[in-house]
Design a protein around this ligand. Structure first.
Ligand SMILES: [Zn+2]
Length: 206
C-alpha cells in the first residue's frame, strides 16, 4: 500500500484498522493460557541461597520457603517471575523468586534481570512482621509531612500505659478492597489518622 496516494479519510480508516488488529492481537496474547510453573520452590531457594547474601534481605535463607522474600511475613508463597512470563521470561530457578500474594501484586514486571533483586533488597526490613506497618507509617508521613511518632510525642503518648490507652480508643470502621485480604498502606495510614482524631476529640487538639 502506498500511503502517499491515500486521502485523509482513507488514511484514518487504515490507521483505525491497524489499531483494531493490534488490539485484537494483544487481547489474544493476554488470554493465552498461562503455562503452569514447573520449577519447585526448593529449586528456587537452592539456586539463590548461594548467590544472594541474606544480610541484604528481609529473610534468612533457612526460612526462605516459608517467609516472603520481600516483606518477610510467614505466608503461602507464590513463584514469581523475574522477567515476566508474558515477556518471554523462562520457567527456571534463575528467573524465579518466592513472594507472598500481596508482594507478588506489587512486584515489578519489567524485562530486567536485576531490577527485581534491587526492589527486593531496597525493601529489606530488619525485624520480622513489621514490614507493612512500617510502610503504612511511611505513607502517613508522605501524606502529612510529619512522622507518626512525632504526633504521639506532641500528645505525650509515650509511656506503655498511655500507648495502651491510645490503642484502645474506638475509631471508625475500615475494610479491605475487593479480592485483597489485607488492608493496604493508605487504609492503615487512615486508621492511624482516625486514632489521632479520636484522641483529639476527647482531649482537645494541642
Ligand atoms: Zn510479601
Amino acid at each position: 500500500m502506498d500511503i502517499e496516494n491515500l486521502s485523509r479519510d482513507e488514511l484514518i480508516e487504515e490507521i483505525t484498522k491497524l489499531k483494531e488488529e493490534n488490539l485484537k492481537l494483544r487481547m489474544k496474547k493476554s488470554n493465552k493460557k498461562r503455562n503452569r510453573i514447573k520449577t519447585t520452590k526448593k529449586q528456587i531457594v537452592d539456586y539463590w541461597e548461594t548467590r544472594v547474601d541474606e544480610c541484604e534481605l528481609s529473610i534468612d535463607w533457612a526460612e526462605a520457603e516459608e517467609r516472603c522474600w520481600r516483606c518477610g511475613y510467614e505466608k503461602r508463597l507464590q513463584r514469581c517471575h523475574i522477567i515476566p512470563d508474558c515477556l518471554g521470561g523462562e520457567d527456571k530457578p534463575s528467573n524465579l523468586v518466592l513472594l507472598c500474594e500481596r508482594c507478588h501484586i506489587d512486584a515489578p514486571n519489567v524485562e530486567s534481570e536485576t531490577f527485581m533483586w534491587d526492589w527486593i533488597k531496597a525493601n529489606k526490613t530488619t525485624f520480622y512482621d513489621t514490614f507493612f506497618e512500617t510502610k503504612a507509617l511511611q505513607e502517613y508521613e508522605f501524606i502529612y509531612g510529619k512522622k507518626y511518632i512525632d504526633e504521639l510525642k506532641e500528645r505525650d503518648i509515650l509511656s506503655p500505659e498511655r500507648i495502651k490507652e491510645f490503642m484502645e480508643l474506638p475509631v471508625g470502621e475500615s475494610c479491605n478492597h475487593f479480592a485483597h485480604p489485607w488492608k493496604n498502606d493508605s487504609t492503615m495510614a487512615g486508621i492511624f489518622r482516625m486514632k489521632l482524631e479520636a484522641y483529639d476529640k476527647i482531649y482537645g487538639k494541642k
